[in-house]
Design a protein around this ligand. Structure first.
Ligand code: PMP
Length: 437
């Protein structure tokens, strides 16, 4: 199996190189490879598998589509499944937002929905430039890559959007405005305000601002609630539509159904994918009706109505809401976080443990080098990779992220049990100990 991947797959693939298995079976939070070895899956499709692999309600929903001969593809023509999916999704959103919102199916990836969000705000405002954030990840298509902070994948690609301005994100562990909390964050939002006021900043009035409430690929960096509220106030005052990208955080991952709910704000445009398709590809944009300015046919596409994904997504959203899986994720996240903080106390190489709900990052640093001017040790991507490898050898799949690939990311399915949290942390502690030697 692996030799086919080695020989035939594109050189652009990234994480599978460090996870050299062929997965044969998958149930709940575990996967089994062709050799029969099982692994805890704390990557879960980069946050897609909210209910884990093959959850019974998801399987049942998919089976129903097949046994009842429900349509598998209708382009945009509606179906009872689609109607129910939209209803359930809107019921899961805060009323204040849902009562004024429109939905646009995009498809089928998160990046497709980001592209649609860009077109929505550009069409509605007639403006061109977009504000994004350092460390942001919004996808790999031309438009979404333009909004992504990481310069690595951008460098070889010409013709990206030039009117994108990157603002500093409140990354308090390495904040250039001061470390460790409030002061840095306050200065960060003051700086943004200052830049937007400066007639010489080079930024024309933006068509929109896009942000993640918890940066995922950028290193699991949660924005403080107060900072998010400041940004909301600022964008409202300036009539800049605020696009919140919840492709990774949406549907309970951070301990609330939507991450923007922690701060009590509502976005103008909400981008959703991953978990809403219940393991299958689905992406939507939900946005304030005032922005619904595009003309019929302005955003067409063949694969926007994946019926099976809607059925699986409907079952997933319903299960999450009925069983308060968001609250469960919050409890399990706290348990995971406190275990990881305990490990941090024993190992200097863990510079920071942070996150929200079941989206947690552990930043690995090199304590043999000198701390930088802000007092943080330099990132240690090599050691992070080694820890990832030690975890993998012990049956735990984790992915890396962050500015230098030095953040070990925990994204387990939300249905993880307390016992499984403990087992995972035990493996992680052993792996850190082995890597330190
Ligand atoms: N936005 C965010 C916040 C993401 O985390 C991702 C994927 N990791 C995307 C957009 C892009 O989604 P996709 O890979 O499905 O295009």
């Amino acid at each position: 199996y692996l030799s086919s991947q080695e020989r035939r797959e594109s050189n652009a693939r990234s994480y599978p190189r460090r996870i050299p298995i062929a997965i044969k079976e998958a149930v709940g939070i575990t996967v089994k490879d062709v050799e029969g070895k099982t692994y805890f899956d704390c990557l879960s499709g980069a946050g897609t598998l909210a209910l884990g692999h093959n959850h019974p309600v998801v399987i049942e929903a998919i089976q129903q589509v097949l046994t009842k001969k429900l349509p598998l593809h209708t382009l945009d023509i509606t179906t009872p499944v689609k109607e129910e999916f939209v209803e359930e999704l809107f019921n899961s959103l805060p009323k204040e937002f849902a009562s004024r919102a429109k939905i646009q199916f995009c498809g089928p990836a998160g990046a497709d929905a980001v592209e649609a969000a860009l077109k929505i705000v550009k069409t509605a405002t007639g403006r061109r430039s977009i504000l994004s954030y350092q460390g942001a990840y919004h996808g790999m298509t031309h438009g979404s890559l333009s909004l992504t902070g990481n310069t690595g994948p951008k460098e070889p690609v010409s013709g990206l959007m030039s009117d994108v301005h990157f603002l500093p994100y409140p990354y308090s562990y390495r904040c250039p405005f001061g470390q460790g909390g409030k002061t840095g964050e306050q200065i960060c939002s003051q700086y943004i305000e200052h830049v937007l006021n400066d007639p010489e900043s080079g930024i024309t009035t933006p068509a929109g601002m896009i942000m993640e409430i918890v940066q995922g690929e950028g290193g699991v960096i949660p924005a403080p609630d107060e900072w998010v509220r400041n940004i909301r106030t600022m964008t409202r005052r300036r009539e800049i539509p605020l696009i919140v990208d919840e492709v990774q955080t949406g549907l309970g991952r951070t301990g609330k159904l939507f991450a923007f709910e922690h701060s009590g704000i509502v976005p103008d445009v909400l981008v959703l994918s991953k978990a809403i398709g219940g393991s299958l590809p689905l992406a939507v944009v939900i946005y304030d009706e005032s922005l619904d300015q595009w003309s019929p046919g302005a955003h067409a596409g063949t694969f926007r109505g994946n019926q099976m994904a809607m059925a699986a997504g409907l079952a997933t959203i319903r299960f999450i809401r009925n069983n308060r899986i968001d609250e469960h994720a919050s409890c399990m996240g706290e348990r995971l976080m406190s275990h990881l903080k305990a490990v941090q106390k024993d190992y200097g190489l863990i510079g920071d443990v942070r996150g929200r709900g079941l989206m947690i990052g552990v930043e690995i640093v090199n304590t043999r080098l000198r701390p930088d001017s802000l007092g943080s040790y330099p990132a240690d991507p090599k050691l992070a990779r080694q820890i990832q490898q030690e975890c993998f050898d012990r049956g735990l799949i984790l992915e890396l992220g962050g500015r230098h690939g030095s953040v070990v990311r925990f994204l387990p399915p939300l249905i993880i049990t307390p016992e499984q949290v403990d087992q995972i942390c035990h493996i992680f502690a052993e792996a850190v100990q082995a890597a330190e030697k």
